[in-house]
Unconditional design. Structure first.
Length: 148
């Protein structure tokens, strides 16, 4: 059983007909399918922009707060160095001399020494805070800062 005759190909006729008209239109619904994707991408873009703006506002607020704390502790350290500590050191020497001469009790001299030690501790704490806030600002900004 051999078929020598080829059957007519209905598909071939359709292709020839298309070639003759040279138009092919296949509705795929591309525009309507893309609209949802575009809307989703736009919403995602807007959300990312809002999150970036919020992060920037938080970072600026944090940097400003750290700068105020840094300035405040610098003022404390300067005041202790220029005013409080010299006065307390003088008072401590005078109190020790008065104690040795019998004019002050030991508890009076001890109280002056404690005030001097407390002021020194506050100076150490202020310097520690300055260093810590400086490191935090460097971390936040990504820039190396110098202490004046």
């Amino acid at each position: 059983m051999h078929y020598h005759k080829l059957r007519a190909n209905p598909l071939g006729k359709s292709i020839r007909a298309l070639r003759a008209t040279k138009r092919l239109s296949i509705p795929l619904g591309g525009a309507s399918r893309s609209e949802g994707k575009i809307a989703s991408l736009n919403a995602s873009k807007q959300q990312q922009a809002a999150e970036a703006k919020a992060w920037l506002a938080r970072a600026q607020t944090q940097a400003l707060l750290l700068n105020h704390k840094l300035t405040h502790n610098t003022h404390i350290a300067n005041a202790l160095l220029k005013e409080s500590l010299p006065a307390l050191e003088t008072a401590s020497k005078q109190a020790e001399l008065a104690y040795q001469q019998g004019r002050y009790r030991y508890t009076d001299w001890y109280a002056v020494k404690q005030e001097l030690l407390q002021a020194r501790l506050e100076l150490i704490q202020a310097y520690t805070n300055i260093q810590r806030f400086n490191v935090e600002l460097e971390r936040l900004t990504g820039a190396s800062l110098t202490i004046k």
